[in-house]
Design a protein around this ligand. Structure first.
Ligand code: BDP
Length: 595
């Protein structure tokens, strides 16, 4: 799916700003809201989560539908063209109405969708977007369905408790706040009626030349021309067919920390579109992860799209800041835990040479402690396939993306075979969908790893480990030993492996000379201990700590105002361990760290 751009043949209008807003019921909303402007609306900024923009638990803890409205007049000269309405993301599901007509629906909160709107346009238009934030066993991420499961059964049987238990609410089975709303930009763009639908680019390297395999999908008829330009604006090669292979002599490679982007300028009849891409290859060979045929070492984090007030809404200044902090730390990569990030972030990573592991929103596919039903209870299979297809369709051309992660911490151990039967076809699907055929992984959680059949079936073993926190918390000596012991198991598999989460909750400003849990000293000593183990393992191809920054979660006894495992606070101030990593990562090269 192409990212919308403005050029000589395409107009682009960003509908960001203040929209009219109303919270609705869990089950639905008044039909007239799709046709008639609200009488007493709230004012809400788009893009952003709605939860933290207004005071009150009715916003923070809302369950079900919320409705956005915007009045639109479309310039008459644009109406002669094909007019498309495009949403970067709406979380978790959307129904879109134009002048009372349902024009599209979308399930899933982290990927774009669009609809041609010409047939519905009038002189004055009312755009209405209904957003459902409910998570359950059929959504990704997963929400629990057991009603008010976290209330104890020993509560007195009084009416108010019964009412509280009966009140529907989201029970996320994931450790980040279930922010909702129109999270990424809403845009109108035009194309001519004969138009470029999609562009696929597969780069390769032959000697010092770059090889560009391309395919252009078009609607209608017209003359086609593809020209490739370098960063100096020089044309380096061209083609006239809808698909083909081009050669860039002495190509500049896209490298981590040293990005170089070529532009494929495509014209088709009256339409045109410019797709940027990089010349780089990715391959797993033995226990190594090769970028441009050189063994790469991942230094970085799991992140979240999360900040004060905006919630999960796009914040481009914050994205710039985060990449700047990554450069300050000599980091080179992150995982889009636990959902695909904005297209704007992916574009920025392409430009800045930051390496990305691109993850689906499949988080929470685990059973709970006393569950007997296992995988049978989830209704996610088809949706999971859809998000893999759509994520790869959106991100296939990004040089920054070097691996797909199809899920985070599903239960792969309690029912090993059922789990394998669920995930192996998804692994195959991801490979089949990716024209660049990047490595595919699934991030496993800390469990009885010997029973796990899924991790060994992946191209790279990615594991989250909390020795020293959830396991043997406070005792770094025994944690180190246990971690070393486990590494011997993974060493035997002959596959590359990396740690995709490890961390300790750390309250900024809390210090102690003898490292105690939650202090800044403990976080630093914890990483020193774990990294000493990683450094002994030649098959370990990377370390991504958890988390880049503190982030919001559901309230509960496990979390003091959110998850505090950040290397930075939520407002991006470094904790002690940030200085430790900065020094460590300066000494670890991007390539050739593990021979
Ligand atoms: C892991 C999850 C991550 C959590 C983290 C934690 O993958 O989403 O935030 O643990 O507990 O299990 O901090």
């Amino acid at each position: 799916m192409l990212y919308p751009e403005m050029n000589v043949s395409r107009a682009l209008i960003d509908l960001s700003g203040i929209w009219e807003f109303q919270l609705a019921q869990a089950e639905g909303f008044k039909e007239k809201w799709t046709k008639v402007p609200f009488e007493h609306p709230e004012h809400i900024a788009v893009p952003a989560s709605y939860n933290d923009q207004k005071e009150g638990t009715q916003f923070r803890d809302h369950y079900g539908w919320a409705v956005y409205q915007k009045k639109l007049e479309i310039p008459v000269m644009l109406k002669k063209e094909r007019v498309v309405l495009r949403f970067g993301s709406v979380t978790q599901a959307a129904r879109v109405y134009l002048n009372g007509t349902l024009i599209c629906t979308h399930k899933g909160g982290f990927l774009p969708f669009e609809v041609e709107i010409n047939p519905y346009l009038e002189e004055e238009n009312l755009l209405c977007v209904a957003v459902d934030n409910r998570v359950n066993y059929g959504t990704l991420p997963i929400g629990n369905e057991a009603g008010a499961a976290f209330f104890g059964s020993d509560l007195p049987d009084i009416e108010s408790v019964r009412n509280m238990k009966a009140r529907p609410q989201n029970l996320p089975n994931f450790d980040f706040f279930n922010y909702a709303g129109i999270h990424r930009p809403v845009k109108l763009y035009t194309t001519p009626w004969n138009y470029i639908k999609d562009i696929t680019i597969v780069p390769d390297i032959e000697g010092t030349d770059g090889i560009v395999q391309y395919q252009i999908d078009c609607e209608g008829s017209g003359d086609l021309h593809v020209e490739i330009y370098d960063e100096a604006g020089q044309k380096v090669c061209e083609g006239f067919e809808p698909e083909g292979t081009l050669r860039i002599p002495d190509a500049h490679l896209w490298e981590p920390g040293n990005a170089y982007l070529y532009q494929a300028c495509v014209t088709f009849g009256e339409d045109s579109y410019t797709q940027s891409f990089g010349i780089r290859t990715v391959r797993v060979e033995g226990t190594r992860f090769l970028i441009n045929n050189k063994p790469f070492y991942f230094k970085g984090f799991g992140k979240h799209e999360d900040s004060a007030v905006h919630g999960r809404g796009l914040d481009e200044a914050l994205n710039v800041k985060d990449l700047s902090l990554m450069n300050w730390l000599h980091a080179n990569s992150f995982r889009t835990s636990h959902y695909p990030y904005s297209e704007e972030m992916m574009n920025l990573c392409d430009r800045e040479g930051i390496v990305v592991i691109d993850e689906t929103p499949a988080v929470g596919l685990n059973f709970g402690w006393d569950d007997t039903e296992g995988f049978a209870k989830f209704r996610t299979k088809e949706h999971h396939e859809d998000v893999i297809r759509d994520m790869i369709a959106r991100d296939k051309n990004h040089p920054c993306v070097v691996m797909w992660s199809i899920a985070n911490e599903p239960d792969t151990e309690k029912q090993p075979q059922a789990s394998y039967d669920y995930f192996k076809p998804l692994y195959d699907l991801a490979h089949a969908c990716d024209p660049q055929d990047r490595p595919v992984t699934l991030v496993i959680c800390q469990n009885d790893y010997i029973r796990d059949l899924v991790a060994p079936a992946m191209d790279v073993i990615c594991f989250n480990r909390y020795y020293g926190w959830y396991v043997y918390g406070g005792n770094l000596e025994i944690s180190k030993e246990a971690f070393e012991y486990e590494m011997k198991y993974w060493a035997e598999l002959g596959k590359p492996a990396m740690i995709t989460e490890y961390g300790a909750d750390t309250v900024a400003g809390l210090h102690s000379a003898t490292p105690n849990m939650f202090t800044e000293e403990y976080q630093m000593e914890y990483y020193r201990a774990m990294n000493a183990v990683l450094d002994q393992c030649p098959f370990i191809i990377g370390e991504q700590m958890w988390n880049f920054a503190d982030f919001a979660t559901i309230q509960g006894v496990m979390r003091v105002d959110g998850n505090k495992k950040g290397l930075f606070t939520r407002d991006r101030r470094p904790k002690l361990a940030a200085h430790y990593f900065r020094q460590r990562w300066e000494e670890i090269p991007d390539f050739g760290y593990k021979k």
